[in-house]
Ligand binder design. Structure first.
Ligand code: PMP
Length: 401
């Protein structure tokens, strides 16, 4: 039956991890991982998560099936985190939200829904670059995608002018545009508030449907309210939005797959219809979302004390990332690198888009056992910098141009 099946394409990040595991160099480092590690080099479980799990355990909850749309209270808390307690749409009860299998699952449900029901142009415009799996998900859903300019390799900075021009000239009215809500992956560059405002006006004029990927909510500034500026502004200004959210990164619940999809509707009736169709999609895919991760989130966001602890703990994590960025930049300069490394501290979030070329990345991997994505993206959160990342074995390379 399967003799004609060909080997699928290798996963770039998984491939690097495998190569890292196989590498015998005791000084090897893996900077490709997308998880936050603490000073001991291990994936970090937040204290508030441990506390919430203890509380849940003491409640002796059962493991019965949830509904297809998931935990009701969790969904309200997700809406509140993304759009704020004062959100008019939330008060009007017109947010069609559902618990999904993290952001990836939320995006897949959203894309299926768009494919079947969106009345506008079914082409999704992605930033260039973007998270690799965006393209894959869109392709697998059977939709088309194009890209708009976002980042300029030459200036190692955001290409806001290019983005604006592409949205104005290249993207047709009524199409779909995907925006990273904050801490863009992989570039680490976000539009400023004024630029977001300009984008919101333009996108509204063009009647585009916006998919907001809130992957790194909190990681840009360390504050959830500040980081929600773009999404809240767009929603308040009346843009049609689809928001995908998860607690993988900001609560460290990667494998728990606690996500949420929020679609802004125009009336309670429209919301009911959207939810009923999404429910059909979910039932045909996986029937019910997983219960445990959402319960952890519900416990934390639904309890004033635990929520405050989470915010504090998360702020320490994001401050630490910023301090690692500063250290990295200073050490490179101290080692004598003549290259301009300002972008390391100008960027935000979990990753640093180094600006290293493909051949330089290859040399770092082959000659120095420093494993990083071919795009030049390194994970700040894994904290391998303290483990000698800038020792002469690599800085000579960094210093070459
Ligand atoms: N969107 C972006 C921009 C991401 O970087 C990631 C994860 N690396 C995801 C979505 C997927 O997130 P999740 O693990 O919540 O499915």
């Amino acid at each position: 039956f399967w003799s004609k099946v060909e080997l699928g394409p290798p996963d770039p990040i998984y491939g690097l991890t495998e190569a890292y595991k196989a590498c015998k160099n005791p000084k090897k480092v893996n900077l490709a991982i997308g998880t936050y590690h603490d000073d001991s080099g291990k994936a970090y479980v937040l204290k508030c998560v441990r506390k919430a799990e203890k509380l849940l355990d003491s409640m002796r909850l059962n493991k019965a099936y949830p509904t297809a749309l998931g935990n009701e209270r969790y969904r309200r808390l997700c809406e509140e985190l993304a759009l704020g307690r004062d959100s008019q749409l939330m008060k009007n009860g017109v947010l069609a939200s559902m618990q999904c299998i993290s952001r990836t699952g939320a995006l897949r449900v959203a894309l299926d829904f768009i494919k079947s029901f969106y009345a506008g142009k079914k082409v999704v415009y992605l930033p260039n670059p973007t998270w690799g799996n965006h393209k894959h998900l869109i392709r697998e859903t059977g939709l088309a995608y194009e890209q708009y300019r976002y980042y300029d390799n030459k200036t190692v900075d955001m290409d806001y002018r290019g983005m604006l021009d592409d949205i104005t000239q290249k993207i047709p009215n009524d199409a779909v545009v995907l925006l990273h809500g904050c801490a863009h992956n992989p570039s680490g560059h976000d539009p400023s508030r004024t630029q977001w405002e300009e984008l919101s006006d333009l996108i509204k004029q063009k009647n585009l449907l916006v998919i907001f990927d809130l992957a790194y909510h909190g990681y840009a500034s360390g504050h959830f309210e500040v980081d929600a500026y773009a999404v809240r502004r767009f929603v308040e200004e009346g843009n049609k939005c689809v928001i995908i959210q998860s607690f993988a990164k900001n609560m460290g619940l990667y494998g728990e797959r606690a996500g949420c999809l929020i679609i802004t509707a125009e009336s309670v009736e429209e919301k009911r219809k959207i939810l009923s169709q999404c429910e059909e999609i979910i039932k045909s895919m996986y029937q019910y979302p997983p219960i445990h991760g959402a319960r952890i989130v519900e416990k934390i966001l639904g309890d004033t004390g635990l929520k405050a602890e989470w915010k504090l703990e998360f702020k320490l994590m994001s401050d630490r990332l910023m301090s690692i960025r500063r250290t990295l930049k200073t050490k490179l300069q101290k080692e004598g690198s003549i290259r301009n490394w300002d972008h390391i501290v100008k960027q935000c979030g979990m990753f640093c888009f180094t600006g290293l070329s493909k051949p330089q990345v290859k040399r770092l991997i082959d000659d120095h056992s420093i494993f990083l994505s071919t795009t030049g993206r390194i994970s700040i959160g894994v904290d391998n910098f303290r483990a000698g990342f800038w020792t002469p074995r690599s800085t000579t390379l960094f210093m070459t141009d």
